[in-house]
Design a protein around this ligand. Sequence first.
Ligand code: PHE
Length: 348
Amino acid sequence: MGLREKLEELRQQGIQEINKTEDLNKVNDIRVKMLGKKGPLTAVLRGMKDLSKEERPKVGKFANEIRDELTKAIEDKKAELTAARLNEKLAEETIDVTLPGKPTVQGQPHVIQQIIDQLVDLFVGMGYEVAVGDEVEQEEYNFERLNLPKDHPARDMQDTFYVTPSVLMRTQTSPMQARMMEKHDFSKGPLKMISPGKVYRRDTDDATHSHQFHQVEGLVLGEHITMADLKGTLEVVAKTLFGDQLEVRLRPSYFPFTEPSVEADITCFSCLGKGCAICKHTGWLEVLGAGMVHPNVLKMSGVDPDVYGGFAFGLGPDRFAMIKYGVEDIRDFYQNDVRFLNQFNQKG
Ligand code: PHE
């Protein structure tokens, strides 16, 4: 067989082989086999030295044409298979947007957080600033600066967890009163703030006590702030959270950092004042402590009690939630039983 025929045969064989391949990896093998240094085309070209002078350029040209043709066929095949592979992948990954979606389970704030959020919204709407303090507090701010010196008997009611001899888990959010008033600039207007957060006491847990619970502290200081302002504010709080029909009543009480001090009750939401088991037949529910800030507390934080004064209150969102939803055991809030918690789903 002459070289020409051999080349023709190689061409046909190569094209055929390329055409029938469906595997991208094999295309490369074919290229190496046909066009590589050890391949038949190179062998044929090597035999050219035996050809006559006239034949040599013709056969050479033909051989080059074949090499170009095979190279092109290989490239085309590669492109074709690559495109096919991509299409296959795209088809596999097609998303049917008409299928119904999988519902995602959406969380929601804890019921106590819901109460705190409501209170924060209410007070921010009345121009209060929100100051979140630290749960670990200096004894000085938790007690001394609130008119509770070291030997004060009222400390016994708020025994707590000490981190060091002078640092403790705060027993109340009231330290934020002292922290806020000592840095307030009264030339810019009155101080109006609330401080929501967790507090700790060395309490034995039962249906109405927990060693960890929440408070929202409120403080308003300025000139000419009276107890009438306190009562009005508490009325807004009670009506917003529990309903318009409820009344607020103030009873004399004692807190070391307020003078006079009061305990605030609201009409029992359940019997509306008639008397029932929930309000122990009094018609009232105790909801918070409050009073006019004690002059000693003002003085210790550098505020002149002859010029400025005002009220403070501390309420318990846990207790609010118990009253609002008729929950009888405070411990239910902390057990993270979603069957319990889902009852307070805001989205209904
Ligand atoms: N801090 C008080 C308590 O925990 C509540 C309170 C706050 C009373 C502010 C008066 C004024 O018992």
